[in-house]
Design a protein around this ligand. Structure first.
Ligand code: NAD
Length: 416
């Protein structure tokens, strides 16, 4: 069957489960969203296998270790391993063993901020020799609009009777084990069979599914993340406006949201970073032929915030003669994930301006960043501190050194 070009035909998928050794294979299942998803399926009794190119991730998963911080995931992984409901492999052949092939590989933008619409089809080519009639292919990565159609074409050319569905992941890191079972699941597919089977699959996790066309679902996911990114940018710009006039934006936000229902969703200022919001806004910008002014403006504001912070510090302090201590390098509180973290941008800019820059992060291990120092050493050596990530531990810091705290973690206001 490998790569053979046969005419796709209708396939009697009902009762196909017995023909497969597994119910689900998660391609990219060693990653931040693929692994919680695989664990969730296994926890619902589905025979689950992970295919991932990362040998390190696969070895750790098979040892019962989640290779990154995801609260609540590891005990469920161990339980599933003990029941032999989950395993991981670097061998693409496992793709042929499962009735449902769920693809959750990373889809970053490149150094020119361009999405790569061929990333998913390219990755799928490695799996294609193992595709079998009767499987369902579920795309779950956040994809550039039109990729579902590209994959449908590719599968049709292979001649495999395999409907394609696009069912985007909408969880937030650290909330996976809760949100996988509570968020409504968007399902989309071109054929009634694909739609029905995707609904049945995700029905194991959540009671509510929302049906869309593939093109609608692709945009729904990008709109979701971009909406959030623009909201953060709006607030960050408000923050800069107030701060430039010596006003504490947190006092203003608290005042305007108090018992006022229409402003309850206004977030506080902070570094809006991480592997999703920025790159998905750029995917949408590329999709709209770079006429997405709001998206690009949001990018300029959010990516510019570390530069703004440094400029303000430069006005107030003699940075060239000071050691600056950065508190927090991951992109969000309580996380070891440094992907697209603006703490590193802050570090880079400060290296040009300050006498020295040192940093701490209690969650980021040495194998990821071996330049980090223990917190007490940073507090001792630094002349000036910047809270870059609102890790709870920084709330407790007692020091007479100045702290720039745009997150208001210490509750003393956000003026810099
Ligand atoms: N991180 C999030 O919070 C989040 C939330 C919702 C959606 N998403 C989307 O989910 C997708 C995955 O994101 P992530 O954060 O889990 O990425 P990740 O980098 O943590 O995980 C991707 C995994 O895919 C593996 N992989 C890469 N190429 C492969 C291939 N050809 N075959 C098999 N495995 C391969 C990698 O080794 C890695 O383990 C992205 O499209 C992202 O936008 C992420």
């Amino acid at each position: 069957m490998s790569g053979s070009r046969r005419r796709a035909r209708e396939w009697d998928w009902v009762g196909m489960a017995e023909a497969f050794a597994h119910d689900v294979v998660v391609v990219g299942g060693g990653g931040h969203v693929g692994l919680p998803l695989a664990i969730a399926f296994a926890s619902r009794g589905l025979r689950t296998v992970i295919y991932d190119v990362s040998e390190r991730a696969v070895a750790r998963i098979n040892d019962g270790v989640v290779p990154f911080i995801e609260p609540g995931a590891e005990p469920v992984l161990r339980e599933a391993l003990a029941k032999e409901l989950i395993s991981a492999s670097t061998d693409a052949a496992v793709v042929g063993s499962a009735e449902h092939v769920v693809v959750v590989i990373g889809t970053p933008v490149d150094e020119h901020l361009n999405p790569d619409p061929t990333a998913i089809p390219k990755a799928l080519r490695e799996c294609a020799p193992y595709f079998r009639d009767g499987q369902l292919l579920v795309l779950r990565s956040t994809i550039y609009p039109g990729v579902t159609a590209l994959v449908e074409k590719m599968v049709a050319e292979l001649g495999v009777a395999m409907p394609v569905a696009f069912c985007p992941e909408r969880i937030a890191e650290h909330k996976a084990m809760e949100e996988l079972f509570s968020l409504p699941q968007i399902v989309s597919a071109r054929t009634p069979e694909g739609l029905e089977r995707a609904k049945t699959l995700f029905g194991h996790l959540t009671a509510q599914t929302v049906e869309l066309l593939p093109e609608e679902a692709e945009l729904a996911k990008l709109f979701t993340n971009t909406w959030r990114y623009i909201k953060f940018a709006t607030v960050n710009q408000f923050y800069m406006m107030a701060n430039d006039r010596g006003l504490d934006f947190e006092r203003i936000r608290k005042g305007l949201t108090q018992d006022y229902p229409r402003a309850q969703d206004m977030p506080g200022p902070g570094f809006a970073a991480g592997p999703c919001l920025f790159k998905d806004t750029m995917q949408l910008a590329a999709f709209s032929d770079n006429t997405f002014q709001l998206g690009h403006s949001a990018m300029l504001v959010n990516e510019g915030l570390p530069l703004y912070v440094v400029s303000r510090l430069e006005e107030r302090y003699d940075l060239a003669n000071l050691t600056v201590g950065i508190l927090g390098m991951s992109f969000k509180s309580g996380s070891d994930d440094i992907r697209s973290s603006l703490s590193y941008k802050l570090q880079r800019v400060l290296r040009f301006k300050a006498k020295a820059v040192i940093a701490n992060d209690p969650y980021v291990p040495e194998e990821i960043d071996d330049s980090l120092l223990p917190l007490d050493l940073v507090l001792e050596k630094a002349d000036l501190l910047v809270v870059a990530t609102p890790h709870p531990i920084y709330r407790e810091i007692v020091t007479d050194k100045p702290i720039a705290d745009i997150w208001n973690l210490q509750g003393k206001g956000v003026v810099i």
